[in-house]
Design a protein around this ligand. Sequence first.
Ligand code: 13P
Ligand code: SF4
Length: 313
Amino acid sequence: MADLPQGQALLDGIERLRRELDAVILAHYYQDSEIQDLADFVGDSLQLSQQAAKTGAKVIVFCGVHFMAETAKILNPNKQVLLPDLDAGCSLADRCPPDQFAKWLQGYPGHKVVSYINCSAGVKALSDVICTSSNAEKIVNSFPRDAKIVFAPDRHLGAWVEKKTGRQMVKWPGFCIVHEQFTEKQLLKLKVRHPEAKLIAHPECEASVLAIADFVGSTKGLLEYVKTSPAKSFIVATEVGILHLMSKARPDAELIPAPPSSGCNCSICPYMRLNSLEKLYLCMRDRKPEITLPEELRVRALAPVQRMLELSA
Ligand code: 13P
Ligand code: SF4
């Protein structure tokens, strides 16, 4: 990478390429702060898919993980969609292979299939509707009360939605490797040390963690809660990238990242953090890695994504 610009020249290079390519840079809240700072739009999974659906840009540069960029491609067959690192996967998507999922579904005839957006295009294509953590309750409630429902691939989000809707669903046993690290035991310890703090958690956390949370919401929901809450201290049980905009919005507040169960760095998503400013520059310069999809698969995956967008409008 000898010819890679450094410092301000790197930022200037990204800016120049953004103009030359007529590109929009979309970033998730879990991206490094310097990526969030230069993105055209920063949001949660639903907001990012809504932005991807309406952008007029010719090229979409997705600073997030593979399933997010793939969803942008599903919505935009005629635009180029770039992902700075093609290895930016997701434990939920990676552990729900479409062939195994199709076989598993055969055991549940007559069920409606609701899939969390954190899945591959192959799994989306087998689903009736897609949801995100911010609209899952609404999407499940869009079915009649007696409908039989399969929910995949996050068992914790599924259990949370069951609790909120009073429905029972069949759940694929997937989980997020980042959110599963938070434990009730450690969070209770933190709550004792900070009795004034509000514990806020993402619904990908285990039920025992969600049960002691003052608020449960998607990344956007958590950010909005911190922005509008009169509280001055928050224990945040999600990927630490969200603290960047939280601290900008509430410089007066104390933000305490939830500790993972060991001394590791596991409240940092190892997939999300594969992206970097350098890889962002290179993917725009070289116009790769690019997301591609067989058209037949894209069309099958599009219908449940569109249904979600309609139900979320
Ligand atoms: P949201 O963006 O819906 O909050 O989901 C968080 C997440 O883990 C994305 O992979
Ligand atoms: Fe997937 Fe969890 Fe990373 Fe989100 S935080 S991309 S759910 S592994």
